[in-house]
Write a protein that binds this ligand. Structure first.
Ligand code: CIZ
Length: 305
């Protein structure tokens, strides 16, 4: 831990009246210095509730956009402007408009891992924690378009029995986790409870004990009497799991499940971000207002989720 840099970051956050958010997939040392850690929507909601004027989002672009949509009066900074999300970029607003044109009566549900423009074109936004409940809450006679992650979409379709129109997007970090990874890990750690993120492939999900979002994994591990867990998701979550449950063991299902974009944020970049107020993530007002409606509709139908 670099004490000098840490001190500098503290002084800068005070001077800027800033709050630092770190996603569960960030490197451990970044999670440790953050004011809040969590999933992208939870973090954006928490930041909106603070009186901070500046939000430094240690995560990827769509997450900073979500924070900007929920806090239009705050300045949102992404310390590395190239930290994007290939999954979010797998569907453009134009492609979604074409899909809506082909299915004019369908409702559109977009995963929070999407650009602000795609959220603005959607009726509802959802998270990996509430995709099933959200789809379940919609009129069963309605066709539903689900974008952009086909694995989360298929999971919601299977759990609800709804026939969703899926976009063929996927998270490159989650699909590297294989059935062999799960089988080998079970051989080495037969006592482990295996949790997988819904962005994993269907054959992987078929082999695990629990299918959970990152926030749900943290809650599950905290409540469970088990002492060993494996997580099939980005390896950053292992840091939080260990920190919150020092008496249990946590194993990544695959060491290859590393999101290169999430690992772009460093102490030096956070310092530069606060010193030079870079890189500001702005969502045009017209897009922001429409995108917020899809988030508000989600909260309306699932007020307690
Ligand atoms: O929405 C998020 O933060 C992501 C990417 C995953 C999750 O399950 O928390």
């Amino acid at each position: 831990m670099n004490e000098r840099l840490l001190e500098k970051i503290q002084k800068l956050t005070d001077r800027r009246n800033a709050v630092i958010l770190a996603h569960n997939y960030q490197p451990g040392e970044i999670q440790d210095l953050a004011d809040f850690t969590g999933d992208s929507l939870g973090l954006s909601i928490k930041a909106a509730e603070t009186d901070a004027e500046v939000i430094v989002f240690c995560g990827v672009r769509f997450m900073a956009e979500t924070a900007a949509i929920l806090s239009p009066q705050k300045t949102v900074l992404l310390p590395d402007k190239s930290a994007g999300c290939p999954l979010a970029d797998m569907i453009t607003a134009q492609q979604l408009r074409k899909l809506k044109h082909d299915h004019p009566d369908a409702l559109v549900v977009c995963y929070v891992n999407s650009t602000a423009e795609v959220k603005a074109e959607s009726d509802y936004c959802c998270t990996s924690a509430n995709a099933v409940d959200l789809v379940e809450s919609l009129p069963p006679e309605k066709q539903i378009i689900f974008v952009p992650d086909r694995h989360l979409g298929r999971f919601a379709a299977e759990r609800t029995g709804q026939d969703l129109i899926l976009w063929p997007g996927y998270c490159a970090t989650h699909v590297v986790i294989t059935e062999d990874d799960i089988n080998n890990m079970r051989k080495q750690h037969p006592d482990a409870i295996v949790m997988a993120h819904p962005e994993c492939t269907e054959p992987v999900k078929a082999l695990v004990d629990e299918i959970l979002s990152t926030g749900q994994m943290l809650k599950f591990a905290a409540k469970s009497p088990a002492k060993c867990f494996a997580a099939a998701t980005e390896i950053g979550i292992i840091h939080t799991l260990k920190k919150q449950n020092p008496n249990a063991r946590f194993i990544p299902a695959s060491d290859r499940a590393v999101c290169p974009n999430m690992k772009k944020i460093t102490f030096d970049k956070i310092v530069a971000s606060l010193e030079d107020m870079q890189y500001e993530i702005k969502v045009p007002q017209e897009i922001s207002v429409k995108a917020k409606k899809s988030l508000d509709r989600m909260i309306e139908v699932l007020p307690t989720k």
